[in-house]
Design a protein around this ligand. Structure first.
Ligand code: SF4
Ligand code: SF4
Length: 319
């Protein structure tokens, strides 16, 4: 498998502090993990859903693989840094148990760097040794990982909750998951096919239809579902009506409208000015609220994110 991915790519990821796990998985310290341990601040998912940032593992089981090449994505894509590989040529997959053991070890290694750090909060440091949550969202499309349902089962058997983020290009994989994640995110970052092709740059010719198929069966999930829209100024924020139609089809528990952030490899494809301000995200959310009947429940200005739902308040996974 190593030969499928060029060495300069793996070296570049190492420099960016990706901790490789097995052949195709990785853990990366989330900014909010650091903030929660040393500064007392936490991510918006702690505020919205009670996910403790200092007990969260950010990982991917499909580090190098995706069916889209979104302009706004922070991951390295084929062609970035003049490095080429086939993002759809899949490896022999590592077994779920090996991945889970590997990500727990990697998280421990990351945590060991905080021992003796002057700003580390001792109680949070102790708690962080017992991770409670896994965000399967770091990079790549996780539904490409064949035994994804087994991976979820293995995580849950260890008492971990899971948030799974998918681009919805593989509806048959999502519908056949034997085990649901604790919360399922589908990225909807375009209101119509034309914008989808330009901004999400799908590698499958019928990706828009596939995404729509996923949205159509989203109401059949028992777990809370989220439509997450990463908003890029002057690229995908115009057709609010288009987004509203997709929301009506998917009937998600929540919508998260979130600004594109100019970080990672996305800075090779987009400019600093492509980040909408929090006010612009909020104005978008307000229009979407009017068109869908979803209420604005919460917002975090620092992260430029607004939460909408038909519920009166979000479900929380820990106190
Ligand atoms: S839920 Fe996401 S943003 Fe929050 S700590 Fe985990 S990986 Fe970071
Ligand atoms: S679908 Fe997700 S991982 Fe794939 S390119 Fe888009 S943002 Fe990146």
């Amino acid at each position: 498998m190593e030969n499928l991915v060029p060495a300069p790519l793996t070296q570049s990821l190492q420099k960016q502090k990706y901790h490789r796990v097995g052949k195709h998985s990785a853990v990366k310290r989330c900014k909010w993990f650091y903030e929660a341990l040393t500064g007392g601040r936490s991510c918006y998912k702690q505020k919205f859903y009670g996910i403790n940032s200092h007990q969260c593992i950010q990982m991917s089981p499909a580090l190098f693989y995706c069916t889209q090449q979104c302009l706004f994505c922070w991951r390295a894509q084929n062609g970035d840094l003049q490095i080429s590989w086939d993002e759809m040529k899949l490896p022999d997959w590592d077994p779920p148990e090996e991945i889970v053991q590997g990500i727990l070890k990697a998280q421990n290694r990351i945590l060991s760097g905080y021992k003796g750090h002057l700003k580390t909060d001792p109680q949070k440091f102790r708690e962080a040794h017992r991770p409670k949550h896994v965000a399967i969202s770091l990079t790549g499309e996780p539904t490409l990982y064949e035994p994804l349902g087994e991976l979820l089962r293995t995580l849950h058997a260890r008492g971990l909750t899971s948030f799974l983020v998918s681009n919805g290009n593989l509806p048959q994989k999502l519908s056949a998951l034997g085990v649901e994640p604790t919360q399922l995110y589908i990225s909807v970052c375009a209101p119509n096919k034309e914008v989808f092709k330009r901004v999400c740059r799908p590698q499958l010719p019928d990706a828009w239809e596939r995404l729509n198929e996923t949205l159509a069966f989203l109401p059949s999930f028992r777990c809370p579902t989220v439509i997450r829209s990463t908003l890029v100024k002057n690229h995908n924020m115009d057709d609010v009506e288009g987004y509203a139609k997709l929301v009506a089809k998917a009937e998600p528990t929540y919508i998260e409208a979130k600004a594109y952030m100019h970080v990672g490899f996305s800075s090779l494809r987009l400019g600093f000015d492509d980040m909408p301000s929090h006010k612009e995200v909020y104005d978008f959310a307000l229009q979407l609220s009017e068109k869908t009947g979803y209420k604005i429940l919460d917002e975090v200005a620092d992260s430029r994110v607004v939460l909408l739902s038909k519920r009166d308040k979000p479900l929380r996974f820990s106190p």
